[in-house]
Write a protein that binds this ligand. Structure first.
Ligand code: AMP
Length: 319
């Protein structure tokens, strides 16, 4: 996750919750991608504080640093080094086609090269560790496709080097939409007050935002005709609660929208309160967090360095 903006329930349901579920099924590496954050201007002190915040949120969500490695991208220089080598095998046309690049660059007066290169750096983050599976939200599926294309292109140019990674999306919650506008995905960079529920929002604010969520002109929940706003609220409830489809139908069919919102708000608050409590405990011991990040970087650096060595050897660079 990028240490920019406030993590929201879309980040949690699309990615973080899934990470916690799979952390013991794989050898996992979870990274705070600070090099990605600087593709747009950042205040230096604010960025450093955000890096700590995101790492603390990983721990608060239940990522176990004994079972997984948690690290900061720029602590392992091999990320930037591999990104350059991958840049040299990536056609610009592949990058210009990326949906996120098109959306983000349209909002900029002058587009930095980093914004275009971002998916190559992301490919490096993944291929560096020979990752088999990358658990992300749906908005990153296109970047994963590109990562596979880059890996395959490199393998065909220089011989088998990279594992071609798979994408793991959660069954429910892979794309949480904005509460103010359910036609747009919930996004950290959207400033509107009622757009997102941030993971550290207090209960009163969470309730207010959900009670104001955009729905449609039907009076009550009908799973056949519900518009995107209502479907989004139902997804949020289902992803947090883990309720199966039949239970969702029997619980919500015919419920008036005001009551639906009350139930969704209660579910979100009940899940985020213990999470926020753990977060407060973690940040009260900054030494602990720094140790987790240092250990994580130390554990993964040898894997990353070995991949860079192999890539340099394959490309004929100096090793
Ligand atoms: P980012 O906000 O780009 O740092 O994304 C961090 C992770 O959260 C990625 O795996 C995204 O796919 C996921 N994510 C971001 N926004 C959403 C959303 N609205 N719904 C579901 N997953 C999301």
């Amino acid at each position: 996750m990028q240490p920019s903006g406030n993590l929201h329930i879309g980040n949690y349901l699309g990615a973080l919750q899934n990470w916690v579920r799979i952390q013991r099924d794989y050898e996992c590496i979870f990274c705070v991608v600070d090099l990605h954050a600087v593709t747009l201007p950042q205040d230096p002190a604010g960025l450093r504080a955000k890096i700590h915040e995101i790492a603390a949120l990983y721990l608060a969500a239940g990522i176990d640093p004994k079972a997984c490695s948690i690290m900061v991208q720029s602590a392992v220089p091999a990320h930037a080094e591999l990104a350059w080598m991958l840049t040299c095998v990536t056609p610009v046309g592949w990058l210009e086609r990326m949906t996120q690049y098109k959306a983000k660059s349209a909002k900029q007066e002058s587009v930095g090269d980093g914004l275009l290169q971002y998916p190559v750096l992301m490919a490096a983050d993944i291929l560096l560790y020979q990752a088999g599976i990358v658990p992300v939200g749906e908005d990153q599926a296109q970047h994963l496709e590109l990562t596979r294309d880059i890996a395959q292109r490199f393998n065909s140019l220089y011989g088998e080097t990279f594992v071609v990674p798979g994408t793991s999306l959660p069954a429910v919650g892979a794309r949480i939409m904005g509460l103010d506008d359910p036609t747009q995905k919930m996004s950290k960079s959207e400033a509107a007050a009622n757009h997102a529920v941030a993971l550290l929002d207090p209960p009163d604010k969470i309730r207010k935002i959900i009670m104001r969520a955009t729905t449609d002109s039907n009076p009550a929940v009908d799973f056949e005709t519900a518009g995107p706003g209502v479907l989004n609220l139902l997804s949020i409830y289902q992803a947090f609660s883990g309720a199966p489809d039949d239970e969702m139908k029997s619980r919500f069919t015919g419920l008036r929208y005001g009551d639906l919102k009350k139930e969704v708000a209660a579910m979100v608050i009940s899940q985020l309160e213990p999470f926020q409590e753990r977060y407060r405990r973690i940040v009260s011991e900054p030494g602990y967090l720094a140790g987790v990040l240092r250990e994580g970087a130390e554990r993964v650096a040898p894997i990353a360095n070995e991949t860079v060595r192999l890539v340099k050897e394959r490309m004929g660079l100096w090793v």
